[in-house]
Write a protein that binds this ligand. Sequence first.
Ligand code: AN0
Ligand code: CP
Length: 335
Amino acid sequence: MKHFLSINDIGDIKSAISTCQAIKRNPYLGQGIAKGKTLGLIFLNPSLRTKISTIKAAQNLGFNVLPIDVSDAWALEYNEGAIMDQDKAEHIKEAAAVIGRYCDIIAIRAFAKLKHKAEDEKEQIFQSFVQYAGKPVVNLESALRHPLQTLADLLTIESYREKLEKNKKPKVVLSWAPHVKALPHAVANSFVEGIQKMDYEFVITHPEGYELDDSFTKDAKVEYDQEKAFCDADFIYVKNWSSVKEYGKVINQDKNWMIDHKKLLHTSQAKVMHCLPVRRNLVIADEVLDSEHSIVIEQAENRLYSVQYVLAELLHSNNEKLVKNEYKEAIYDEC
Ligand code: AN0
Ligand code: CP
């Protein structure tokens, strides 16, 4: 794995999940393999889970963690060939190359701005670091994807799957829920991308007009009737997103789409998931979040193991001579 920009950068997802499970059993597997290495962290948006789990996982491996506050640095120009006679003082070409000399891995969060679809889809900051930094880049949520979340989500489903009826293929439903703000599509896109690698029954439910980009959904089943979609579900993954067609717009805030206890009655005692942060009694009712149905805290805990796996894997693939043996012994032999 050269970079971790999407769940597709993981070759064998099942083996990745079993390595995450081994890390969960012993988070100090691979302790010290990153000694003397620096992880640069660039956050252009708020975060609780991603920031803390990444720092903690990095520390478990022995990284020095270097938070990079780009709002403190020079205003950056991204356009190739720009004549820089306005307010931008530094080009991303130099900035990324310099940060690449200071760090061994660079992790970035930069959400969709939700104004212009084509502009967001360029994922300019990620592409610039991949092109100019010369070091592995980790996606901590880009305009289109949140793959560390997805890996933790799959790990969560797999650990509850063992409790299902033997040989039952889990039924997983991705449900849109209302929100007051226009939210990005990254979590939902990535989830769909990850689920398609697994052997699950999968249904997406949302009001008409909230179709996700078909480059992600491909031939996934869409059911506009939430109640029908929930029938016999084992896992309900709740998430709001804004419209893709009317890009970045909130076109429906129908409160009937909130997940409450009544909606779970025809499920197979479904476990309810959400990436968090979640707005209570708007997206999911208290009675669900405070019940046995909710597995959102374990899901958030699993963020630790997914990011520790990705950091170790990047170090392993990009510093073969340095860490191959220690890493193999520490992690793979455990699985
Ligand atoms: C962000 C989103 O929906 O993409 C981050 C979720 C991990 N959520 C909010 O902005 C509330
Ligand atoms: N789920 C998630 O990425 O949470 P944060 O935005 O708090 O990092």
